[in-house]
Design a protein around this ligand. Sequence first.
Ligand SMILES: *[C@@H]1O[C@H](CO)[C@@H](O)[C@H](O)[C@H]1NC(C)=O
Ligand SMILES: *[C@@H]1O[C@H](CO)[C@@H](O)[C@H](O)[C@H]1NC(C)=O
Length: 157
Amino acid sequence: MVSISTLFILISIGLVYSVPVRGESCEAKVYSSPGVCESRLFISKPCDSATLNLGATDFKTCTDVRLSWDYPTNNLTMIIETPFTQQRQPYAVNLDGYWVFGGTTYRVLDGKEIELKSDDKVLPQKSDSNYQVVFKLQFPPSLTLYVLFFNYNVTKV
Ligand SMILES: *[C@@H]1O[C@H](CO)[C@@H](O)[C@H](O)[C@H]1NC(C)=O
Ligand SMILES: *[C@@H]1O[C@H](CO)[C@@H](O)[C@H](O)[C@H]1NC(C)=O
């Protein structure tokens, strides 16, 4: 049973997160260190459209990734790179079906956003011509989910 005061704290966090600077995009970050493929991502200031480039982090060396995102709101573009990116070899990203709830997921391919329905989300997503897999996650501006788990593994195709 969640106490009323806990609820208020959660609601006020939701409100703080729900006032993004309009039209501003910003960088999402992830705590990362070599050889560690599990972490939390965070967005340092409220914004309606953030981007996380995993190619700029140690996660580009990982083939089994576990990320969490507390209080997901608004749009997050996630650019996935893997060890195959460096080798310029095609691969597929397999999302863990478990995280798939709340929000809308798009695959971004050739500049187009393709909405993934729940069944599509667990299909292997093949790398694009840049040897990346780009997803866009869309959540409402106000708090609807306390934590999102974004887990995937990478397989050669
Ligand atoms: C978030 O992404 C969706 C889908 O592309 C778009 O319709 C919406 O305008 C975006 N929201 C913001 C605040 O950028
Ligand atoms: C990769 O992820 C898929 C989807 O979650 C899962 O079915 C599969 O067992 C995983 N493979 C490995 C090697 O972890």
